[in-house]
Design a protein around this ligand. Structure first.
Ligand SMILES: *[C@@H]1O[C@H](CO)[C@@H](O)[C@H](O)[C@H]1NC(C)=O
Ligand SMILES: *[C@@H]1O[C@H](CO)[C@@H](O)[C@H](O)[C@H]1NC(C)=O
Ligand SMILES: *[C@@H]1O[C@H](CO)[C@@H](O)[C@H](O)[C@H]1NC(C)=O
Length: 678
């Protein structure tokens, strides 16, 4: 449930048997016991799974269960309020609705990790009737039912007008619910991850911790019912196949390969030995022979044949996709209802109802604008006597120089040097923050940050903290060339004042933290802010301080070039994404546009385009978000009068709105300045 913010890599997700630092299983058990009125058991479950009161699961804190005290009465009150609430009459308390959403989301995720009969046994299916059906169509229909009711409740809910945070939270949730409603009722088949059934039946059993006998039985139940579950995946896949092009084959091949590995594991009896190992390791005794017999026969009668069947279906399908006569291009325009689908994706990822033509056009304008900014910096470099680049060169030659000069790159084997360099940059940034943020924001926004290196090709990414005892982490990718010129902007984006700042602020907010933990966040708001953070760093002098990681003949202006070349990549995304999905661009044309307009490495270009193909719309959120923050800044400046504009106040207004859709952000910020100092 960690949120990962990526700079240049496709969206990835991972499953985990832990949720907010406690075994999902135990959380489900606690909530369910509470539902059945067994508060004592609920309390004991939580107590015995957390060593101290202050380690109580973060999610329960989010549900208003005070960490201090750990009293069962509080668990009782909140969970009961959620479960039995004013269902029939419509709920009027927005906070209760948010809690309901959070719990619902948590249980829905829990179902992806644990088996249906177990959840049934726990009574969860009587709560809602649908936790046990994922990923069938029936399940999605029920999800739609839940969301429709939820939307009505939210719309009918009363918000005290003097609590702006609740108003924002309601708008944010309502917008998300509407998007989800459209997704679940119309577009769910197109979500490519359905193909990846292996994630739920593969080697995760070897990572699974069999902590007690109920969990052991649960696992066996999961294996016993896997045939039915995999049939659900197959049904989805049969419907989804018409949306696949040869450009999706890479992703399918990965699934096929993991399937083969998993089947081989089953043949070698590895699942049984992992089960055995985990059981004895955790329980201090051998599993009863009947349990092992049960597991073995569930594997041979249900899981293994089902996976073999699914593998065949995928292989045949890949063949059909490969040999189809008609391969128009990687875009969605050629698929059934593709244009409508793309409009939905634009709305989903930008929260604005923009046409692809409009985005394409402003993308081209912005590419031109950023290039002229680059040329301007090059002119200043050249005027200082440095002849490494010249403003009279074609843009491609300037960009190639940035890409091909060895001194502009870190030695990726020297991880300590890289981390040291990042710490120096953070030192510079932290000093500059007082120019742009209030003391309160700085204090809350600068929660402890880990810096790690990882051998991924992506330049870097940020992982949010999972709870109060965990820090956010900025990962630096050492799996490819790592540009010193870009590092400052990268730190500004992923760490401070970008993702880490925004995330720490959200996490310390009593209401917004609940939303962010239930993944009610908007890429356009988080990525837009972080791209704005890069630009802001350029404005307040972060690029102008020496850290001595470039040879002395190169001035600090090169860090500005690094930042601008990163902004250029994001502007290019607007053009290429919409080009692919609505203007019939071929894959080759997309690659060529990148090569001619950015200094991006060729392996990253391929990754970029694969991401547009498999996750349409997401890459638009960065620049669209940036433009909106800049537009708002200009409008506020005009409103209060340029001389009186206070940038710290403006940043507080934007950050303290939480992660909201752009129309909400706009009306909130403009509203704050209504009848302001002017
Ligand atoms: C395409 O859209 C129409 C109208 O909304 C709908 O009836 C149809 O089922 C859709 N087809 C697919 C494959 O999504
Ligand atoms: C970038 O990486 C490639 C291969 O990984 C290497 O050959 C090349 O020298 C690197 N370029 C720079 C400027 O470090
Ligand atoms: C989080 O940061 C604090 C302060 O820097 C540090 O004391 C603590 O050990 C860190 N926690 C983790 C889990 O890294």
């Amino acid at each position: 449930m960690l949120l990962i913010f990526l700079l240049l890599l496709p969206y990835t997700s991972s499953t985990s048997s832990q949720l907010y630092g406690v075994k999902t299983w135990k959380l489900v058990e606690a909530v369910t016991s509470a539902y059945h009125g067994d508060w004592d058991h609920s309390y004991r479950t939580l107590q015995s799974n957390t060593r101290k009161c202050f380690e109580l699961p973060y999610s329960l804190k989010l549900l208003n269960i005070e960490v201090e005290g750990c009293t069962p009465g509080k668990i009782n009150r909140v969970v009961h309020r959620w479960l039995s609430g004013n269902r029939q009459n419509g709920n009027t308390d927005v906070e209760v609705l948010i809690d309901e959403y959070v719990i619902g989301d948590m249980l829905f995720s829990a179902d992806t990790l644990y088996n249906q009969p177990l959840i049934q046994k726990l009574g969860l299916s009587t709560v809602s009737g649908y936790w046990d059906c994922w990923p069938s169509r029936d399940c999605y229909n029920k999800m739609v039912g839940r969301l429709e009711r939820f939307q009505l409740d939210l719309e009918a809910s009363q918000v005290e007008l003097d609590n702006p945070d609740l108003i924002l939270a309601r708008e944010s949730l309502l917008f998300k619910v509407k998007l989800q409603l459209e997704e679940y009722s119309k577009w769910y088949v197109r979500r490519l991850e359905y193909v990846n059934v292996v994630a739920y039946y593969g080697d995760d059993v070897c990572r699974m911790s069999i902590v007690d006998e109920t969990v052991a039985e649960g696992w066996i139940q999961k294996v016993k019912t896997s045939d039915e579950k995999i049939r659900n995946f197959e049904e989805f896949f049969r419907e989804a196949e018409i949306f696949y092009t040869p450009h999706h084959l890479g992703q399918m091949l990965e699934t096929v390969e993991s399937l083969r590995t998993t089947i081989q594991m089953l043949q070698e009896g590895r699942l049984v030995s992992c089960f055995w190992y985990s059981y004895t390791h955790n329980l201090g005794k051998d599993p009863p022979p009947s349990l092992i017999q049960d597991l073995t026969s569930a594997i041979s009668s249900s899981l293994q044949p089902a996976l073999e069947r699914y593998l065949q279906i995928l292989e045949h399908s890949m063949n059909r996709i490969l040999t189809a006569r008609h391969h128009p291009g990687p875009g969605v325009w050629d698929t059934v209802n593709g244009t409508e689908f793309y409009r939905y994706r634009i709305l989903y990822h930008t929260t604005l109802d923009l046409t692809p033509e409009y985005i394409h056009k402003i993308g081209q304008e912005e590419v031109g604008r950023v290039k002229s900014e680059i040329r301007e910096v090059v002119r200043r470099i050249s005027e200082s006597g440095d002849k490494s680049v010249s403003p009279s060169w074609p843009m491609q030659m300037i960009l190639a120089t940035l890409r091909n000069t060895d001194q502009f790159f870190y030695d990726i084997k020297n991880e300590e040097y890289i981390k040291g360099s990042v710490r120096k940059i953070l030192g510079i940034i932290n000093k500059k923050m007082t120019q742009a943020f209030t003391k309160e924001i700085i204090a809350k926004g600068s929660a402890a940050l880990n810096i790690e290196t990882e051998s991924t090709a992506s330049m870097g990414y940020y992982v949010e903290s999972a709870g109060p005892d965990d820090n956010g982490t900025f990962y630096i990718g050492t799996g490819g060339n790592l540009s010193k010129l870009m590092m400052r902007a990268l730190v500004c984006h992923e760490a401070i004042p970008g993702h880490h700042y925004q995330s720490s602020l959200l996490k310390s907010h009593p209401i917004f933290s609940k939303l962010s933990n239930a993944r009610v966040q908007y890429s356009v708001s988080t990525e837009g802010w972080s791209l704005y953070a890069e630009k802001l760093c350029g404005e307040i002098g972060v690029m102008d301080e020496a850290t001595h990681d470039l040879p002395s003949q190169y001035s600090m202006l090169y860090y500005h070039l690094g930042r601008l070349s990163m902004q250029l990549i994001r502007a290019v995304r607007l053009v290429v994404e919409t080009g692919i999905h609505t203007q019939y661009w071929s894959y080759e044309r997309a690659v060529s546009f990148f090569e001619h307009n950015t200094d991006l490495r060729s392996d990253l270009i391929v990754q970029e385009i694969d991401r547009y193909v498999t996750n349409p719309g997401q890459a638009l959120s960065y620049y669209i978000g940036l433009m909106e923050v800049l537009k708002l800044r200009e409008e506020v400046k005009e409103k209060v009068g340029r001389g009186r504009f206070d940038i710290k106040q403006f940043h507080s207004a934007v950050l303290l709105a939480g992660s909201v859709p752009l129309p909400t952000l706009r009306s909130h910020v403009i509203g704050l300045y209504q009848g302001g100092p002017d």
